[in-house]
Design a binder for this molecule. Sequence first.
Ligand code: SF4
Length: 241
Amino acid sequence: MDLLNTTGPDPVHTTCPYCGVGCGVMAYSDGGTPVAGDKDHPANKGRLCVKGASLHETTGQEDGRLLFPIVRGRRSEWEQALDEVAYAIQDSVKTHGPQSVAFYLSGQLLTEDYYVANKLAKGFIRTPHVDTNSRLCMSSAVAAHKRAFGADVVPGCYEDLELADLLVLAGSNAAWAHPVLYQRMKASARDGRRVVVIDPRRTATSELADLHLALRPGTDTVLFNGLLSCSPIKVAWIRLH
Ligand code: SF4
Protein backbone atom coordinates (compact mmCIF):
# COMPACT_ATOMS: atom_id res chain seq x y z
CA MET A 1 0.00 0.00 0.00
CA ASP A 2 1.73 3.17 -1.14
CA LEU A 3 0.23 6.24 0.49
CA LEU A 4 2.94 8.67 -0.51
CA ASN A 5 1.86 12.24 0.09
CA THR A 6 3.68 14.70 -2.10
CA THR A 7 2.13 17.87 -0.69
CA GLY A 8 2.52 19.73 2.59
CA PRO A 9 5.55 20.57 4.73
CA ASP A 10 8.58 18.38 5.26
CA PRO A 11 7.55 15.14 6.99
CA VAL A 12 9.08 13.65 10.11
CA HIS A 13 10.99 10.49 9.16
CA THR A 14 10.40 7.72 11.67
CA THR A 15 10.00 3.95 11.96
CA CYS A 16 6.91 1.79 12.29
CA PRO A 17 7.09 0.15 15.74
CA TYR A 18 4.67 -2.72 15.10
CA CYS A 19 6.92 -5.50 13.82
CA GLY A 20 10.53 -6.37 13.18
CA VAL A 21 10.51 -5.41 9.51
CA GLY A 22 11.22 -1.85 10.65
CA CYS A 23 9.53 0.00 7.81
CA GLY A 24 10.45 3.63 7.28
CA VAL A 25 7.51 5.99 7.81
CA MET A 26 6.98 9.64 6.98
CA ALA A 27 4.57 11.41 9.32
CA TYR A 28 2.75 14.53 8.15
CA SER A 29 0.96 17.13 10.25
CA ASP A 30 -0.56 19.20 7.47
CA GLY A 31 -4.03 17.66 7.71
CA GLY A 32 -3.59 15.48 4.61
CA THR A 33 -2.57 11.85 4.57
CA PRO A 34 -1.05 11.46 8.07
CA VAL A 35 1.47 8.70 7.34
CA ALA A 36 3.17 7.32 4.26
CA GLY A 37 5.81 4.76 3.51
CA ASP A 38 9.31 6.15 3.03
CA LYS A 39 10.34 5.45 -0.56
CA ASP A 40 14.02 5.82 0.32
CA HIS A 41 13.94 3.39 3.24
CA PRO A 42 15.78 0.13 2.47
CA ALA A 43 13.32 -2.07 4.40
CA ASN A 44 10.05 -1.12 2.73
CA LYS A 45 10.90 1.19 -0.21
CA GLY A 46 7.67 3.12 0.25
CA ARG A 47 5.37 0.28 1.22
CA LEU A 48 3.37 -0.01 4.43
CA CYS A 49 1.02 -2.76 5.51
CA VAL A 50 -2.37 -1.91 6.99
CA LYS A 51 -0.88 -1.75 10.50
CA GLY A 52 1.73 0.80 9.49
CA ALA A 53 -0.75 2.75 7.38
CA SER A 54 -3.05 3.04 10.44
CA LEU A 55 -0.35 4.30 12.82
CA HIS A 56 -1.95 7.71 13.19
CA GLU A 57 -5.13 6.13 14.56
CA THR A 58 -3.23 5.18 17.72
CA THR A 59 -2.25 8.75 18.53
CA GLY A 60 -5.71 10.26 19.01
CA GLN A 61 -7.15 11.68 22.21
CA GLU A 62 -9.91 9.11 22.59
CA ASP A 63 -10.96 7.60 25.94
CA GLY A 64 -8.57 5.02 27.29
CA ARG A 65 -5.32 6.85 26.58
CA LEU A 66 -3.24 7.90 29.57
CA LEU A 67 -3.13 11.64 28.99
CA PHE A 68 -1.97 12.75 32.44
CA PRO A 69 0.00 11.19 35.32
CA ILE A 70 -1.75 9.37 38.14
CA VAL A 71 -0.02 9.15 41.51
CA ARG A 72 -1.43 6.73 44.08
CA GLY A 73 -4.69 6.54 42.19
CA ARG A 74 -5.14 10.30 41.83
CA ARG A 75 -4.67 12.60 38.90
CA SER A 76 -1.48 14.55 39.28
CA GLU A 77 0.63 17.20 37.57
CA TRP A 78 3.71 16.18 35.60
CA GLU A 79 6.02 18.12 37.95
CA GLN A 80 4.69 16.26 40.98
CA ALA A 81 4.83 12.86 39.25
CA LEU A 82 8.41 13.41 38.09
CA ASP A 83 9.41 14.55 41.60
CA GLU A 84 7.87 11.39 43.09
CA VAL A 85 9.89 9.17 40.78
CA ALA A 86 13.08 11.16 41.34
CA TYR A 87 12.71 11.09 45.14
CA ALA A 88 12.04 7.33 45.10
CA ILE A 89 15.17 6.70 43.03
CA GLN A 90 17.26 9.02 45.22
CA ASP A 91 15.97 7.36 48.38
CA SER A 92 16.78 3.89 47.07
CA VAL A 93 20.28 4.93 45.98
CA LYS A 94 20.95 6.60 49.35
CA THR A 95 19.70 3.64 51.36
CA HIS A 96 20.81 0.66 49.25
CA GLY A 97 23.28 1.98 46.68
CA PRO A 98 22.93 2.66 42.93
CA GLN A 99 22.60 -1.00 42.05
CA SER A 100 19.30 -1.15 43.90
CA VAL A 101 17.75 0.62 40.90
CA ALA A 102 16.84 -1.29 37.75
CA PHE A 103 15.16 -0.30 34.51
CA TYR A 104 13.07 -2.75 32.52
CA LEU A 105 12.25 -1.21 29.16
CA SER A 106 9.89 -1.99 26.33
CA GLY A 107 11.18 -3.86 23.32
CA GLN A 108 9.28 -1.40 21.14
CA LEU A 109 11.52 1.57 21.95
CA LEU A 110 13.63 3.07 19.20
CA THR A 111 17.43 3.12 19.32
CA GLU A 112 17.46 6.75 20.44
CA ASP A 113 15.08 5.96 23.33
CA TYR A 114 17.34 3.11 24.47
CA TYR A 115 20.32 5.44 24.34
CA VAL A 116 18.66 8.00 26.60
CA ALA A 117 17.45 5.35 29.07
CA ASN A 118 20.92 3.77 29.24
CA LYS A 119 22.51 7.18 29.71
CA LEU A 120 20.16 7.90 32.62
CA ALA A 121 20.76 4.51 34.26
CA LYS A 122 24.47 3.96 33.65
CA GLY A 123 25.73 7.52 33.27
CA PHE A 124 23.75 9.34 35.96
CA ILE A 125 22.34 6.83 38.44
CA ARG A 126 25.31 4.49 37.86
CA THR A 127 23.41 1.25 37.88
CA PRO A 128 24.25 -1.41 35.29
CA HIS A 129 20.77 -2.89 35.57
CA VAL A 130 19.12 -1.87 32.33
CA ASP A 131 17.39 -4.43 30.21
CA THR A 132 14.45 -4.88 27.88
CA ASN A 133 12.09 -7.65 26.99
CA SER A 134 14.07 -7.88 23.75
CA ARG A 135 16.60 -10.01 25.63
CA LEU A 136 13.99 -12.63 26.47
CA CYS A 137 12.70 -12.42 22.94
CA MET A 138 16.15 -12.86 21.36
CA SER A 139 18.08 -14.97 23.88
CA SER A 140 17.41 -18.26 22.11
CA ALA A 141 18.41 -16.75 18.75
CA VAL A 142 21.61 -15.33 20.31
CA ALA A 143 22.51 -18.75 21.76
CA ALA A 144 21.91 -20.39 18.38
CA HIS A 145 23.90 -17.76 16.47
CA LYS A 146 26.85 -18.13 18.84
CA ARG A 147 26.89 -21.87 18.42
CA ALA A 148 26.41 -21.73 14.66
CA PHE A 149 28.51 -18.69 13.69
CA GLY A 150 30.67 -18.00 16.77
CA ALA A 151 29.08 -14.60 17.40
CA ASP A 152 25.73 -12.93 17.93
CA VAL A 153 25.23 -11.74 14.40
CA VAL A 154 22.34 -11.29 12.07
CA PRO A 155 23.27 -13.83 9.42
CA GLY A 156 21.10 -12.52 6.61
CA CYS A 157 19.53 -9.40 5.18
CA TYR A 158 16.32 -8.73 3.29
CA GLU A 159 18.08 -8.82 -0.09
CA ASP A 160 19.23 -12.37 0.72
CA LEU A 161 15.60 -13.43 0.99
CA GLU A 162 14.93 -12.02 -2.47
CA LEU A 163 18.02 -13.59 -4.04
CA ALA A 164 17.86 -17.03 -2.38
CA ASP A 165 17.13 -20.01 -4.62
CA LEU A 166 15.50 -21.86 -1.71
CA LEU A 167 13.50 -20.18 1.05
CA VAL A 168 12.57 -22.27 4.09
CA LEU A 169 10.04 -20.62 6.43
CA ALA A 170 9.73 -22.56 9.68
CA GLY A 171 6.71 -21.71 11.82
CA SER A 172 6.49 -18.28 10.24
CA ASN A 173 3.26 -16.76 9.01
CA ALA A 174 5.09 -13.82 7.49
CA ALA A 175 2.07 -12.86 5.41
CA TRP A 176 0.36 -11.71 8.60
CA ALA A 177 3.23 -11.11 11.01
CA HIS A 178 5.72 -9.36 8.67
CA PRO A 179 3.56 -8.33 5.72
CA VAL A 180 5.94 -6.00 3.89
CA LEU A 181 8.79 -8.52 4.02
CA TYR A 182 6.39 -11.23 2.83
CA GLN A 183 5.44 -9.01 -0.11
CA ARG A 184 9.14 -8.68 -0.97
CA MET A 185 9.52 -12.47 -0.91
CA LYS A 186 6.40 -12.85 -3.02
CA ALA A 187 7.48 -10.23 -5.54
CA SER A 188 10.89 -11.87 -5.98
CA ALA A 189 9.38 -15.20 -7.15
CA ARG A 190 11.07 -16.41 -10.34
CA ASP A 191 11.64 -19.60 -12.27
CA GLY A 192 13.64 -22.04 -10.19
CA ARG A 193 13.05 -20.26 -6.85
CA ARG A 194 11.55 -22.73 -4.39
CA VAL A 195 9.73 -22.01 -1.12
CA VAL A 196 9.25 -24.56 1.66
CA VAL A 197 6.89 -23.69 4.53
CA ILE A 198 7.15 -25.82 7.68
CA ASP A 199 4.02 -25.24 9.73
CA PRO A 200 1.25 -27.48 11.09
CA ARG A 201 -1.22 -24.84 9.95
CA ARG A 202 -2.22 -23.91 6.44
CA THR A 203 -1.61 -20.19 6.72
CA ALA A 204 -1.68 -17.34 4.24
CA THR A 205 2.09 -17.79 3.94
CA SER A 206 1.74 -21.41 2.88
CA GLU A 207 0.08 -20.15 -0.32
CA LEU A 208 3.56 -19.06 -1.39
CA ALA A 209 4.96 -22.55 -0.79
CA ASP A 210 6.02 -25.03 -3.44
CA LEU A 211 6.15 -27.51 -0.57
CA HIS A 212 4.12 -27.15 2.63
CA LEU A 213 5.35 -29.51 5.35
CA ALA A 214 2.35 -29.66 7.70
CA LEU A 215 4.17 -31.41 10.51
CA ARG A 216 2.39 -32.79 13.50
CA PRO A 217 2.91 -30.30 16.34
CA GLY A 218 6.03 -31.25 18.31
CA THR A 219 7.83 -33.02 15.48
CA ASP A 220 9.80 -30.06 14.14
CA THR A 221 12.85 -30.95 16.26
CA VAL A 222 12.78 -34.44 14.76
CA LEU A 223 12.70 -32.94 11.28
CA PHE A 224 15.64 -30.61 11.89
CA ASN A 225 17.69 -33.27 13.68
CA GLY A 226 17.04 -35.55 10.74
CA LEU A 227 18.06 -32.89 8.21
CA LEU A 228 21.24 -32.21 10.20
CA SER A 229 22.37 -35.80 10.51
CA CYS A 230 20.76 -37.87 7.77
CA SER A 231 20.06 -37.88 4.10
CA PRO A 232 16.62 -36.54 3.10
CA ILE A 233 15.48 -40.11 2.44
CA LYS A 234 16.06 -41.11 6.06
CA VAL A 235 13.86 -38.32 7.42
CA ALA A 236 10.96 -39.32 5.21
CA TRP A 237 9.42 -41.32 8.04
CA ILE A 238 8.21 -38.19 9.81
CA ARG A 239 4.46 -38.33 9.76
CA LEU A 240 2.78 -35.51 7.99
CA HIS A 241 -0.84 -34.65 7.94
S1 SF4 B 1 5.42 -4.70 7.92
FE1 SF4 B 1 3.70 -3.44 8.63
S2 SF4 B 1 3.72 -3.64 10.87
FE2 SF4 B 1 5.72 -4.34 10.14
S3 SF4 B 1 7.06 -2.51 10.26
FE3 SF4 B 1 6.19 -2.60 8.17
S4 SF4 B 1 4.35 -1.32 8.23
FE4 SF4 B 1 4.91 -1.80 10.37
